[in-house]
Design a protein around this ligand. Structure first.
Ligand code: CP
Ligand code: NVA
Length: 303
């Protein structure tokens, strides 16, 4: 597949042009249909993809492992602590050596700078599987789900309610790139990072969740305590209590609005069980779509 994207890293949404992101979404739709019809789509026969995790994962790990297998390749789960990286081998040396064995590397870790350093040293494409600052693969699945459910991206109003975190940063970036409106309601002290928002192309920030949700086509939330913030959990529960996505907030949104959540969810914290499993929830399709967008991404960037 000659995509013009072979060899590209995917560490931030903001580094990719609208037409490049749309190429991923197009192929993802096609691969989803192919899988549903049971059609062969081994676009990466014999390739090996390393999946390096310094944080836990359910969706990212399984969707990448299964996705690579469906493309005809082999995926290797690599726990950061079990590599020499955990004993002080440098990112540079690790990336240089892994590039000799692997055709692409996905990394989930803490610092965005570590992923960028890894990409700088690697001679194969590097994919960001979540950092403290961004979650670009999630944003691809979010955009795919929005387009699938609403039939368009242009002009869609996306309202994010809760903690201004990594997921919001990448969501804002893909909204701006693909012509969606993005508004976020967070408590004071939980606003998204200004540098990330500048890179993402801006956001409409409000305090009142109902103001954000008013007329929204998409109501989005994420956990209040992200991986690595466990010590702040009690404070976060208190400070974010008014930012729960529940039936009353959903009623303020557009009648045909869908609810998204990247998962894992905490019932009764950022979202109620009723909304998560309710008729407007597109959360389970959103989780499935991680598989399709990541397969598309790999097929386009892995040489
Ligand atoms: N949404 C997401 O990235 O889920 P995991 O942490 O389970 O990979
Ligand atoms: N904001 C969450 C997303 C989990 C997929 C975290 O970083 O833990």
């Amino acid at each position: 597949m000659d995509s013009g994207l072979k060899g590209r890293h995917f560490t931030r949404i903001a580094d990719w042009a609208a037409e490049e992101l749309l190429a991923v979404l197009e192929l993802a739709d096609e691969l989803k249909r192919a899988r549903a019809r049971g059609e062969e789509h081994a676009l990466l026969p014999g390739r090996a993809v390393g999946l390096l995790f310094a944080k836990p994962s359910t969706r990212t790990r399984v969707s990448f492992e299964v996705g690579v297998a469906q493309l005809g390749g082999t995926a290797l789960y690599l726990s950061a602590n079990e590599l020499q990286l955990g004993r002080g081998e440098t990112i540079r040396d690790t990336a240089t050596v892994l590039s000799r064995y692997l055709d692409a590397i996905m990394i989930r870790t803490f610092a965005q700078a570590d992923v960028e350093e890894f990409a700088g040293a690697a001679s194969v494409p590097v994919i960001n599987g979540l950092t403290d600052s961004t979650h670009p693969c999630q944003a691809l699945a979010d955009a795919m789900t929005i387009r699938e459910r609403l039939g368009r991206l242009e002009g869609v109003r996306v309202a994010y309610v809760g903690d201004g975190n990594n997921v919001l940063h990448s969501l804002a970036a893909i909204c701006n790139r693909l012509g969606m409106e993005i508004v976020a309601a967070t408590p004071a002290g939980y606003e998204p990072d200004p540098d990330e928002i500048a890179r993402a192309g801006g956001i409409d920030l409000v305090r009142d969740p109902r103001e954000a949700a008013a007329g929204a086509d998409v109501l989005y939330t994420d956990v209040w305590t992200s991986m690595g913030q466990e010590a702040e959990r009690e404070r976060r529960l208190r400070d974010l209590a008014a930012y729960r996505v529940d039936d009353s907030l959903l009623r303020v949104a557009d009648e045909g609005a869908i609810v998204l959540h990247c998962l894992p969810a905490h019932y009764g914290e950022e979202i109620t069980e009723e909304v998560l499993y309710g008729p407007q929830s597109a959360v389970w399709d959103e989780a499935e779509n991680r598989l399709h967008v990541q397969k598309a991404l790999l097929a386009l960037i892995v040489p």
